[in-house]
Design a binder for this molecule. Structure first.
Ligand code: PEP
Ligand code: MN
Length: 264
């Protein structure tokens, strides 16, 4: 038996029904792009907004996020749409800044969840805050490392946890940007049944054409939610342009999901 203490994610005033849907741009780029994307999503019933403020890029020289100047834009999203806002944190400084600007939920990215020192630093910074935290799988297909990150947070008193399945990198070329290796989140659920698992079709697929199929697979496997990147003008996005969809396209993907009795 696992020793984690997991409580449901709670966002004040929001009844979290399955599937939990989180959407927003890969990166907050400008105040206008952030706000316009959020308003379009909110008009389509999306309640939880994601946006990267600090972007861990594989190679230097790519857009590394606007940084703290973007946090007031997210605060405006919250004030003007009533959406809940979440950002990626990779250091204790990110945590302090996010808390200062009223961020409702944070996630730990796939490059960070592979690093126990970084996860520990974040866990320590979150101590005493009742902040829900989502943990992406590490870039490498290592279930123990993923569970280890969840345990570090749990030991710091964070019980409102969820896992994000974003696929695993591989040197081999495949149709996926990151191979889903569904057996790994399935085994995670077997080991920690009460932990919500949210699928990230955007980073698994790497291409907007693949999103609907991956999202449906996640629903067929009875996972708990989806985090999908959206942008007011996806082809002009400063990061992950190929995999982002307009709020309108997102709505179509969600409307076409078949929530039938799951296979597993
Ligand atoms: C992201 O969510 O935009 C991101 C950087 O994802 P990952 O950590 O899964 O690569
Ligand atoms: Mn992205």
């Amino acid at each position: 038996m696992h020793k984690l203490k997991i409580q449901p994610i709670q966002l004040p005033g929001l009844e979290l029904k399955r599937p939990i849907i989180i959407s927003g741009p890969c990166s907050a780029e400008t105040e206008e792009q952030t706000l316009n994307t959020a308003k379009e999503l909110s008009a389509r019933g999306i309640k939880i907004f994601r946006a990267g403020i600090w972007k861990p890029r594989t190679r230097p020289g790519a857009f590394e996020g606007v940084g703290t100047v973007g946090l007031p834009w997210l605060k405006r999203v919250k004030e003007e749409t009533g959406m809940f806002i979440c950002v990626e944190v990779a250091t204790s400084h990110h945590v302090y800044e996010a808390v200062k600007f009223g961020v409702d939920m944070v996630w730990i990215g796939a490059r960070t969840s592979a690093n126990p020192f970084a996860v520990q630093e974040i866990a320590d910074a979150l101590k005493g805050l009742d902040m829900p935290v989502m943990v992406k799988n590490p870039v490498n297909p290592d279930l123990e490392l993923w569970i280890g990150a969840l345990e570090r947070l749990n030991r710091a008193g964070i019980t409102r946890l969820a896992a994000i399945h974003r696929g695993f990198s591989s040197y081999d070329q495949s149709e996926f940007r990151n191979n889903p290796q569904w057996q790994i989140p399935i085994e995670l659920r077997r080991r920690i049944p009460e932990l919500p698992i949210i699928t990230d079709p955007s980073h698994i697929g790497g291409n907007r054409e693949l999103l609907a199929g991956i999202a449906q697979e996640a629903m067929d496997l009875n996972f708990d939610g989806l985090i999908i990147e959206s942008h007011i003008c996806p082809d002009k996005a400063w990061s992950d342009a190929k995999q982002q969809v307009t709020p309108e396209m997102l709505k179509e993907i969600l409307d076409n999901l078949v929530l039938r009795r799951p296979k597993i």
